[in-house]
Design a protein around this ligand. Structure first.
Ligand SMILES: Cc1cc2nc3c(=O)[nH]c(=O)nc-3n(C[C@H](O)[C@H](O)[C@H](O)COP(=O)(O)OP(=O)(O)OC[C@H]3O[C@@H](n4cnc5c(N)ncnc54)[C@H](O)[C@@H]3O)c2cc1C
Length: 381
């Protein structure tokens, strides 16, 4: 009998794991991949949508394209997870597993910041990115604040990318002179493990007249006065507030008792195993000591694939999750910079920076194209 592997969530982590198990353990495993959505969207595609480069329909990758040996995709909403029994209930029925992998990502809680729902625009969800696109297109000048509302959020470079893409967009439309852009973030610096990379990013913001406030955050918005009240006591007036909202584990994960006091699923950082036998967690929902990003979720999933190959297929002993990250960062003028970071394999985390270039932009396109081909069998898009 094949081993039943149940993967919850078909994002970066779930897709990578299903792909590797299919190509390297088909027949030995029977994989069920569950997601409530009908399609996957790269996180960075939301920025493309927000700045009118592409439509939401153009960036959707439909799960119905997945045709992989030993993998079945099911579009269902997960209602409960029993990690002891490895049993999962959805609106369509109950799934039993021999091995359970939780890859359900992070949810957004814009309501956690008073006044944000009334006066600001989160742009981290699909719907939020579409709504922000319309608001930005209609904007005619004034004060823009980009606010990161919590210390934990996915893709730490994304708020900087937002500021730089906003600068380009407003410059093109002749509105930059009439607009101030301020970024407020609890991060002590853009990439805390590297002064060199952080200084390069801050210098790029400074050159473009973008203000940045680090190590503070917006505690509440006053919708009537259109003022953001910061943790450090300052009050920032705004005409447009773009928010990276507070992140939380999906409610079904919390309600199923999988999370610890920090709100996330604790994992062994080498293997991504949870404290329950044969239950793993990868990606944004897991609290490995690395930033939350798609490339991280993918790397963690790959480590779980190595672990399962060793256990079920007689593969070599798995190397510990290396915590290596290659991050592409939009730096304006259609160029992309690269941050290469290593969090777990050396004595201390390190990061290297490759300055923005058009070649970097091409490399990012290739990154997306290889995932479209490997995960979905789609050659174009
Ligand atoms: C604006 C923006 C830009 C970004 N840019 C980058 C970038 O350039 N590079 C990078 O590496 N990362 C980037 N990211 C971050 C990246 O998108 C996430 O870190 C990544 O998607 C996490 O992968 P995951 O597999 O953990 O979760 P996800 O990809 O979020 O997948 C989780 C899945 O679980 C499903 N799910 C949740 N709850 C349920 C339920 N109850 N029932 C069924 N299904 C459920 C969801 O539908 C989702 O498909 C960006 C994110 C944003 C918002």
């Amino acid at each position: 009998m094949p081993t039943r592997v149940l993967i919850l969530g078909a994002g970066f982590g779930g897709l990578e794991l299903a792909t590797r198990l299919s190509s390297e353990l088909a027949g030995t495993v029977e994989v069920t991949l569950i997601d409530r959505s009908d399609s996957f969207i790269f996180g960075f595609s939301k920025l493309d949508v927000m700045f009118g480069r592409r439509t939401m329909d153009a960036v959707r990758l439909p799960y119905r394209s997945i045709a992989k040996p030993s993998v079945e995709f099911r579009q269902e909403t997960i209602l409960s997870i029993d990690p002891e029994r490895k049993r999962v209930v959805t609106e369509a029925g109950t799934h039993e597993a021999d091995i359970l992998v939780v890859a359900l990502g992070a949810d957004l809680a814009p309501g956690a910041t008073p006044g944000l729902l009334e006066a600001g625009h989160e742009y981290y969800s699909h719907e939020g990115a579409v709504a922000a696109r319309d608001v930005i297109a209609a904007f005619q000048g004034g004060a823009i604040v980009i606010g990161v509302m919590g210390g934990f959020f996915k893709c730490p470079p994304a708020p900087y990318e937002t500021a730089l893409m906003l600068h380009d967009d407003l410059t093109r439309r002749g509105l930059r002179g009439a607009t101030s852009i301020t970024l407020v973030t609890p991060m002590p610096k853009p990439i805390p493990i590297s002064d060199e990379v952080s200084d390069a990013i801050v210098a790029t913001l400074d050159e473009r007249g973008i203000h940045s406030s680090h190590a503070t955050w917006t505690e509440r918005l006053d919708p009537a006065a259109k003022v953001a009240h910061l943790r450090d006591g300052r009050a920032l007036p705004f005409d447009l507030f773009l928010a990276v909202p507070v992140h939380v584990a999906p409610p079904v994960v919390v309600e199923s008792g999988l999370t610890e006091d920090d709100g996330w699923i604790a994992v062994d950082k080498a293997t991504l195993a949870t404290k329950w036998p044969d239950v793993y967690a990868v990606g944004d929902v897991a609290s490995a000591p690395v930033p939350r990003a798609g490339v991280v979720a993918e790397g963690e999933a790959s480590t779980v694939a190595d672990v399962l190959l060793h256990r079920l297929g007689g593969g070599p002993a798995p190397a510990p999750f290396p915590g290596q990250i290659l991050c592409y960062m939009e730096m304006g003028d259609d160029t992309i910079g690269r941050v290469n970071a290593n969090f777990l394999s050396g004595p201390a985390p390190v990061a290297l920076y490759s300055p923005p270039s058009l070649a970097g932009a091409e490399e990012k396109r290739q990154f997306a194209a290889t995932r479209r081909a490997r995960w979905f069998g789609l050659e174009t898009g």
